[in-house]
Design a protein around this ligand. Structure first.
Ligand SMILES: [Ca+2]
Ligand SMILES: [Ca+2]
Ligand SMILES: [Ca+2]
Length: 389
């Protein structure tokens, strides 16, 4: 049993989806390999690209950062990092400088625990931070440029563990879609164009929702919702009719503890695929979207459990790769989507208790930076990745 998990429990006594992470304590470490499992493997020498990492560990003032977002909305030409702290409820804005991360300002403080931060544009640039709070299902919208009281939205009596921002009704304005693990996930907030939001219903009331992704999954021009529910043990696809009304379809069952999902065309056949990770599995599950349904692939990572998955394009070659993190193993891994198959790359440095991953790609100079927040230390890791063929 790892000490950091015990400490983590202090922060996460009631923390929605993240409480799921601690459940891995009781799981065995071995994995029964299924027939379908594709183990990442070394391949022919000529196909092997070299990936090198340069890890910078930046000390920050904020403790127990559970969530972060990247922005450059302040127009300084530098990357800014917005952090949300679980234990203190503080939201801070840092800027990357040559010396490290410099705190620009404190954006606000909620009376409770922050579970998620997303950026939203209202009237131009990505100038608002949408902050989810565990207690009382509160969502607050802060202005990043002006020091003013936040706008507050109430989801309901229960905690919000994640918010997504997407235009669900096709009016060009960002709407807010919260999920709740402790309560029901049954509404979204429609942006009314006048700095207000109206509650709209989802067609079904999901319980124990641990992950969400909003994306045009069926590629018909409107934003659809994917939800993973521990109660139903199912990932559901809510197909949008274009106006913010939805029809629900189950696309994956038998799931539990899904903590993150991404939608990306992994096999480059034009249809969007789904990849997800869960606290109870050390495998990345890939659902390849076919006309007749989904082809499933499991990719072993040699980690005990996984809590984050993000898309990254290593070497900017147009083939999407994946990056995953493991809170239990103090680790991140890259899963390279090479032409010969999926290949795992291990970063030797420890990333202590990774909680969130944000990626910045500068395609002009072919440079990718990975930022990883940490729960246990007042740290943000900045990882410079270089790929050579
Ligand atoms: Ca809208
Ligand atoms: Ca759609
Ligand atoms: Ca595909």
């Amino acid at each position: 049993m790892k000490t950091n998990l015990l400490n983590f429990g202090r922060f996460t006594g009631r923390l929605c989806s993240h409480a799921l992470i601690s459940a891995t304590l009781v799981l065995g470490m071995s994995l029964t390999e299924s027939d379908k499992e594709e183990t990442t493997r070394p391949t022919k020498k000529e196909d092997r690209s070299t990936i090198s990492w340069d890890v910078n560990e930046y000390k920050i003032k904020s403790q127990s950062v559970l969530t972060m977002a990247l922005t450059n909305s302040l127009g300084t030409g530098k990357t800014q990092i917005l952090t949300g702290c679980y234990s203190s409820g503080t939201i801070s804005l840092y800027e990357q400088t040559k010396k490290g991360l410099k705190q620009l300002r404190s954006i606000g403080k909620v009376n409770g625990s922050i579970t998620d931060i997303k950026l939203m544009s209202m009237g131009g640039s990505l100038n608002k931070a949408v902050v989810a709070q565990e207690e009382k299902g509160t969502i607050r919208i802060y202005d990043l440029k002006k020091d003013m009281p936040p706008m507050t939205l109430f989801h309901g009596a229960h905690g919000v563990n994640t918010v997504e921002i997407a235009d669900l009704d096709g009016d060009g304005l960002g709407d807010i879609i919260p999920i709740s693990y402790t309560g029901e996930t049954n509404i979204w907030f429609q942006n009314d164009r006048h700095n207000g939001f109206m509650k709209r219903n989802l067609p079904s009331h999901k319980k124990k929702v641990s992950a969400i992704r909003v994306v045009d999954f069926d590629q018909d021009g409107d934003q659809d919702i994917l939800l993973a529910s521990d109660h139903d043990k199912m990932i559901s696809f809510f197909s949008n009719d274009g106006t913010g009304n939805f029809v629900e379809l189950a696309i994956e069952d038998g799931i539990e503890g899904v903590l993150d999902m991404v939608v990306v065309d992994m096999n480059l056949d034009g249809s969007l695929d789904l990849a997800y990770v869960s606290h109870s599995e050390k495998t990345v599950q890939l659902l390849l979207n076919k006309e007749s349904g989904f082809d499933r692939k499991s990719v072993s990572t040699k980690l005990r459990s996984l809590n984050n998955i993000k898309v990254i394009d290593l070497g900017n070659n147009g083939r999407p790769d994946l990056i995953v993190s493991s809170f239990d193993d103090d680790a991140i891994r890259l899963i390279e989507n090479a032409e010969s198959g999926l290949r795992e790359h291990q970063l030797k440095a420890s990333i202590i208790s990774p909680t969130d991953i944000a990626i910045k790609t500068d395609s002009e100079i072919g440079k990718t930076m990975i930022y990883v927040s940490s729960m246990m230390k007042n740290r943000v890791y900045a990882i410079d990745v270089e790929v050579t063929d």
